[in-house]
Write a protein that binds this ligand. Structure first.
Ligand SMILES: *[C@@H]1O[C@H](CO)[C@@H](O)[C@H](O)[C@H]1NC(C)=O
Ligand SMILES: *[C@@H]1O[C@H](CO)[C@@H](O)[C@H](O)[C@H]1NC(C)=O
Ligand SMILES: *[C@@H]1O[C@H](CO)[C@@H](O)[C@H](O)[C@H]1NC(C)=O
Ligand SMILES: *[C@@H]1O[C@H](CO)[C@@H](O)[C@H](O)[C@H]1NC(C)=O
Length: 640
């Protein structure tokens, strides 16, 4: 059916698609302009207001095809499924959603100082990993449904060139929000960010959320533009009415949505082209186009359903043979939050893949290499319950983190196995400290340092609650085929901050002194360990030598000189002789050494934050190669 339509209308379609593209540009353009007038770089706030930060909510609608389950929407907003299902009156966090299903997504709304031009802006930080074909504009308008705007994304990511974003890069999308003022006579507990839809007016918005028109005007003024966010103050979050049963495919909902689109677009075209006679053909064309599009969408949905079913069957199949389902289910209940995101491997599959956990498949420690269905994985046998690591990895999804692909529970032994992506080039430790023909050059080392820092920045600043890795060391840094670094092994990681623990874990030579002494856990523990890894990169020496001497102690002693020239001389003596052979600037080496030493400050509060580190390292990368290609002995560089 689709093929005859395509044949008949393909040429018309091409034309129409072309026109849509032009029009889309025009519409976007004009919209962008009106928005600029409306200060769409964000909503200013004052940092000395005591009402920030607060918990706020965004009103979000499930959309086909990518956002029809709470897990993917949760990922988008860095919250768990339960954190959305609870305020949204959804009983089962794992149920699938229908397009346009209303949701309340919790936001941590903060007042963030940007710079002198923009002052402070209130928003919730969302870290988003760029995927193919993403632009700031598309992600703001489609994935985030205009809860933010691309100019604001540019403002909060000053270091990123919007026309040159790379896949896998992490970008902050500021979701607009406001905290209710405390001095109001009516005590508003919650503020909902809502994006005005074409069919809305202020009274419909007020009644939708059980708020008053006047309260909305008090917060937002009187100017309401379609697709602009408005902040709706409410004393209490309204109870959303949810479809009780997932209805059969959603043409009615989709049709209304695209009806609006269609009239809008057609009107636009009419004006844009100024050829009224053409209109009729176009309307017909659109109808056909829409038909095809809708069919395509329904197809997609069905396809997805089928896939889900198949997956479920697979999980069940893998388990049934083993019997003892009940215990299995108990174990599963523990990790049920993760079930839908990961593949559950059967124990037999793992046995097959690793020749029964044969030594020949051993990578390191309790990690085995195994091939399942043509894919190579790293399989880690866990001595203790993997729930913590699973819980943390579930929130962590970043290009500089080793990705968890699935897990397996062996009910007979009550063992647990985590299955990760296989990272081809092994650990940084093996590259630095084991006999290898190839050596890492300085540029690669610097890139590795930046990758690790980016990964740490992600877990320190963009996960909620924050995650402290607690075991950063060169053997936990893996290098992929392109020698890009990924952080592995979240077995000791802890979420939550500034906790005190009596149970000291970590690796000698990398542990921060305050953690060793008092058990204080904070992101600054990781900063310290990262400083040690930087020393390893510069010196090629191990964090702890055969005699038990700590690298960081000797580094602090060696470089405790004020004279820059003397420091440079000592650095040349101290650094990895493999680096000496190549062309790289002393300035870059010295920059990294300085960062390392700052990270090793005995007072955790004086260590730089990971954000400062990322910035400083990137600067070292520039000074290392783009400005100066002079050799290591170049007098200009040495004089510094
Ligand atoms: C966001 O706004 C743009 C106009 O700037 C509009 O075309 C788009 O449909 C809106 N997105 C949603 C999800 O409503
Ligand atoms: C784009 O980014 C890449 C790496 O992020 C960089 O190498 C390249 O020079 C950039 N291009 C422009 C035009 O800024
Ligand atoms: C609350 O305080 C702000 C300044 O802090 C002021 O602008 C606003 O008018 C006050 N609102 C009420 C209702 O008193
Ligand atoms: C939740 O949604 C259901 C289904 O629409 C509705 O019947 C119910 O009244 C809603 N409210 C509560 C508090 O459950």
């Amino acid at each position: 059916m689709r093929s005859w339509k395509s044949n008949h209308i393909s040429s018309t379609l091409t034309l129409i698609l072309y026109l849509i593209t032009i029009l889309h540009h025009e519409v976007n353009h004009s919209h962008a302009q009106t928005q600029t007038q409306n200060n769409n770089t964000g909503y200013t706030c004052s940092t000395n207001q005591s009402n920030y930060p607060c918990q706020a909510y965004a009103f979000y609608r499930a959309t086909s095809p990518n956002f029809l389950d709470l897990a993917s929407i949760g990922d988008l907003f860095s919250v768990s499924r339960v954190m959305i299902s609870n305020p949204s009156n959804i009983s089962s966090p794992s149920s699938s959603l229908v397009p346009d299903q209303p949701l309340f997504v919790p936001l941590t709304c903060g007042c963030n100082t940007i710079n002198n031009t923009f002052g402070a802006i209130s928003y919730a930080n969302m870290s988003y990993i760029i995927k193919p074909n993403d632009t700031f504009f598309l992600v703001s308008t489609i994935q985030y449904q205009n809860l933010t705007t691309f100019p604001s994304v540019e403002v909060v990511n000053p270091s990123i060139v919007p026309t040159n974003i790379s896949i896998g890069e992490s970008v902050i999308f500021p979701i607009f929000c406001k905290c209710p003022e405390k001095n109001n006579t009516t005590q508003f507990q919650n503020m909902i960010t809502y994006v005005v839809q074409p069919s809305d007016n202020i009274s419909s918005i007020a009644s939708m959320f059980g708020s008053q028109e006047q309260s909305i005007r008090d917060v937002n003024g009187n100017d309401f533009q379609v697709y602009d966010p408005v902040f709706v103050p409410v004393t209490q979050l309204p109870v959303l009415s949810q479809p009780s049963v997932v209805p059969s495919p959603p043409p009615p909902a989709t049709a209304t949505a695209s009806d609006d689109d269609r009239t809008g677009t057609v009107r636009g075209l009419g004006i844009g082209l100024g050829v009224t006679g053409f209109l009729l053909i176009l309307v017909t064309g659109f109808w056909v186009y829409r038909e095809v599009l809708l069919k395509g969408r329904v197809w997609l949905v069905r396809d997805e359903e089928n896939q889900k079913k198949q997956k479920n069957n697979m999980y069940m199949g893998g388990k049934e043979g083993k019997g003892n389902k009940e215990r299995d289910l108990n174990l599963m209940a523990n990790v049920s939050d993760c079930l839908d995101k990961y593949r559950v491997f059967g124990f037999d599959e793992l046995l097959d893949a690793t020749d029964g956990f044969d030594e020949s498949c051993l990578i390191q420690g309790s990690v085995y290499k195994g091939e399942i269905d043509g894919e190579v994985y790293a399989i880690k046998k866990m001595k203790w319950n993997a729930y913590e690591e699973l819980k943390i990895l579930q929130k962590v999804n970043h290009g500089n983190m080793v990705k968890l692909e699935g897990f397996c529970i062996d009910e007979e032994e009550t063992d647990c196995y985590l299955v990760y992506e296989y990272v081809e080039n092994g650990s940084l430790y093996s590259w630095l400290h084991e006999d290898r023909k190839e050596k890492l050059n300085w540029r690669t080392r610097l890139r590795i340092a930046i990758d690790i820092a980016n990964g740490l920045q992600y877990i320190h600043e963009h996960t909620r609650p924050r995650v402290v890795h607690k075991d950063i060391k060169s053997s936990n840094i893996l290098l992929d085929a392109n020698m890009r670094a990924k952080i592995a092994n979240f077995g000791l990681a802890k979420s939550g901050m500034n906790a005190i623990t009596m149970h000291i874990v970590g690796t000698q030579g990398y542990i921060a002194p305050e953690y060793l002494a008092d058990g204080v856990v904070s992101t600054k523990n990781d900063v310290f360990s990262f400083g040690v890894v930087l020393l390893e990169l510069v010196s090629g020496k191990e964090a702890i030598d055969d005699k038990g001497n700590l690298l960081w102690v000797s580094a602090l002693r060696t470089f405790e000189v004020d004279n820059e020239q003397e420091k440079g001389r000592r650095l040349k003596e101290w650094l990895d002789k493999d680096i000496l052979r190549e062309t790289c600037s002393m300035e870059s080496l010295m920059g990294v050494l300085d960062i390392a030493i700052a990270c090793l400050n005995k007072d955790p509060s004086k260590r730089p934050s990971i954000m400062d580190i990322v910035y400083a390292l990137c600067k070292s990368e520039y000074t290392g190669f783009d400005i100066s290609y002079e050799g290591i002995d170049s007098p200009r560089v040495m004089a510094r």
